[in-house]
Design a protein around this ligand. Structure first.
Ligand code: E4P
Length: 217
């Protein structure tokens, strides 16, 4: 499963890209607002930090506006993925972006029927929002399972990008459900490394190694 970071914090991104485990980045208008920076500047900087896909979201609600904004964003760097909302207008724009060879990430997906339409529009990625469905009283992970089955039934190439991830458990469950990618907040990514038994085991190994008085180098 590919791991994307859901962030506009370029300092954190640089630090975590150095692990060699990050495949791409997603952003959204809320994260741009949180950065306090100009969107075009921050997206261009992110594309300089990572060569994998970087999702940049349009703000227009109408097709012509989405197309104009998406083309401008796509021209920023070759690894830009234009993020569009899952609306009728968004999917009309997605079909046009697909015809133009521009990669797309259809966001705010909350049903398998919506995901089916996005795949028919040729979306590169579909972003089902797991955590927000859980918040709404549903089981977000069931949506990943349903979309996986629908896409496999018809051999759609659209990649399932599990989004709105809130915990390491979400990451595990998305992987088990067959998501192609997950976009993860930095704090959840860092939590993926941790297990109390790893820490306890390492402490014991280091204590025993010290008793040997040896050095490998
Ligand atoms: C995905 O593309 C979104 O940016 C993100 O995952 C939304 O997560 P949230 O529900 O925690 O805001």
């Amino acid at each position: 499963m590919q791991i994307f970071l859901d962030t506009t914090d370029t300092a954190i991104l640089k630090d975590l890209v150095a692990t060699g485990l990050i495949d791409g980045v997603t952003t959204n208008p809320t994260l741009i607002a949180k950065s306090g920076r100009n969107m075009l500047e921050v997206i261009t900087e992110i594309c300089g930090i990572i060569s994998g896909p970087v999702s940049a979201e349009v703000a227009a609600m109408d097709v012509a506006g989405m197309l104009a904004e998406g083309r401008k964003l796509a021209a920023l760097a070759p690894n830009i993925v234009v993020k569009v909302p899952l609306t009728r207008e968004g999917l009309t724009a997605t079909a046009e972006f697909t015809a133009e060879g521009i990669q797309t990430n259809v966001t705010l997906c909350f049903s398998a029927a919506q995901a089916l339409l996005a795949a028919k529009a040729g979306a590169t990625y579909i972003s089902p929002f797991i955590g927000r469905l859980d918040d709404h009283g549903a089981n977000g992970m069931d949506l990943i399972t349903e979309i996986r089955a629908v896409y496999d039934n018809y051999d759609f190439d659209t990649e399932i990008l599990a989004a709105s991830i809130r915990s390491p458990q979400h990451v595990t469950e998305a992987a088990l459900a067959g998501a192609d990618c997950a976009t993860i907040p930095p704090d959840v990514f860092l939590a993926l490394f941790k297990h109390p038994l790893t820490e306890r085991g390492l402490q014991q190994f280091m204590a025993d190694w010290a008793k040997t008085g040896q050095s490998i180098l």
